[in-house]
Design a protein. Structure first.
Length: 402
């Protein structure tokens, strides 16, 4: 959160720097534009003066005033405004404040330019052209944008600041999640790599002696290497599957599926599976009518059930594990559920079960903690929702749209 707020302030500071640069660029651009107009007006006036005649001068820029006076005596020869005096001669465009004689406290800022011109008879005159000084940027903005529009722009800028703050918060969260993911992958791979490396080194050094002695440690080392290799392979496959699901690279092939037939297939597959640790597993299907039909991807849905049931088997401490499969309809939604007769989910598991690498078993001997993340991603691809509950054991519900 602190980093996100810091990034927001950095962005806001950068925005203010950009605004200040634009402010000065606008001032320079306005000054250059007015200077160019004064230069053009001075040349235009001199082009209209013929044989010392100073009457009938017309300027293309109506907001520019002029004064023509003799350079030496400073006698005014012609002026567009009798109130304008000859101003001090200077190189380039200058700023000058004209005081209003009627109102002593008021003054008008102008920009003026004086140019000397020499006639063929040697007479020197000065042409002084002036224009009201450039407005302040605030006045320019008010002239461009009405006050009502500025009242909208200020809340909009505040909204943009808050939006960028939230955006940086999300980026920070994603960055932290990615760091945690990399750390977890490293942790999960470290143990099997260490086991494989250690036993491979043992076999390299003493393999021949162990074979000659017919020592059981040789077969034990090979078995551990194969076991950890298989574990690493499954984890990498799960990570690849998770990546495909989260990047929507898995194609969904929906078909009409009878829920009862689907459950019977799962039961048949699990019944043919050998029991683990001498545990007895019983599969029960709650009776369902024939019209329980869902339209979804059979393989992906089967993967959800396989992972959920696998978790029940891994985390069950009972020698008589009972898995119940059932379904119920509510409006246009069908809910499929898996219930076991175990101890149920802990409070922490109910909150974090879908987090990557989270496992209720802190030693991670019963799994890497990726399975439920895959379940969540599959459900998102199918347009379904997954919920975890405790009801006489752990319950996993898959809510599918009809």
């Amino acid at each position: 959160m602190k980093k996100a707020v810091k990034y927001s302030f950095v962005f806001t500071f950068a925005f203010l720097i950009l605004a200040l640069n634009l402010f000065f660029l606008m001032r320079i651009s306005m000054r250059d534009s007015q200077s160019k107009r004064l230069e053009e007006a001075s040349s235009e006036i001199f082009a209209q003066i013929k044989n010392g005649t100073y009457t009938g001068i017309q300027l293309s820029h109506k907001d520019i005033d002029y004064v023509i006076y003799a350079r030496t005596s400073r006698r005014v020869l012609a002026a567009s405004d009798a109130m304008l005096p000859p101003l001090p001669f200077a190189r380039g465009v200058q700023r000058y404040s004209l005081k209003n004689e009627a109102v002593t406290e008021e003054s008008t800022d102008i920009l003026y330019l004086c140019r000397s011109y020499v006639f063929s008879d040697g007479k020197v005159i000065c042409i002084q052209v002036s224009i009201p000084a450039e407005k302040e940027i605030s006045q320019v903005l008010f002239s461009i944008f009405p006050r009502s529009l500025l009242k909208v722009l200020i809340p909009l800028l505040l909204f943009l600041f808050l939006s960028f703050s939230l955006y940086f918060i999300v980026l920070e969260k994603k960055y932290d999640t990615q760091k945690e993911f990399i750390a977890n992958v490293s942790h999960e791979l470290k143990t099997p790599v260490a086991v494989i490396s250690g036993h491979a080194d043992l076999l390299r050094r003493h393999g021949k002696k162990l074979l000659e002695k017919d020592d059981g440690r040789f077969d034990e080392s090979l078995a551990l290497i194969l076991k950890e290799s298989s574990s690493m392979t499954r984890m990498v496959q799960n990570l690849l599957e998770l990546t495909r699901l989260e990047n929507r690279l898995t194609k969904v092939q929906k078909e009409d599926i009878s829920v009862r037939d689907f459950f019977e297939e799962i039961k048949e597959e699990l019944s043919a599976r050998p029991a683990e640790n001498g545990a007895d597993m019983q599969i029960e299907i709650i009776p369902l009518p024939d019209d329980y039909i869902i339209k979804t991807d059979r393989n992906l849905l089967c993967q959800i059930f396989s992972i959920a049931i696998e978790n029940s088997i891994k985390h069950s401490n009972s020698q008589n594990l009972k898995i119940t499969l059932g379904a119920e309809k509510s409006g246009r939604k069908t809910t499929l559920f898996i219930r076991d007769n175990g101890e149920g989910f802990s409070e922490e598991a109910l909150k974090r079960a879908f987090d990557r690498f989270y496992s209720g078993d802190k030693s991670h001997k019963k799994g890497s903690g990726i399975g439920m993340s895959i379940v969540k991603s599959i459900s998102r691809v199918l347009g379904a929702k997954v919920r975890l509950e405790n009801d006489g054991g752990a319950v996993v519900k898959v809510i599918l749209p009809s």
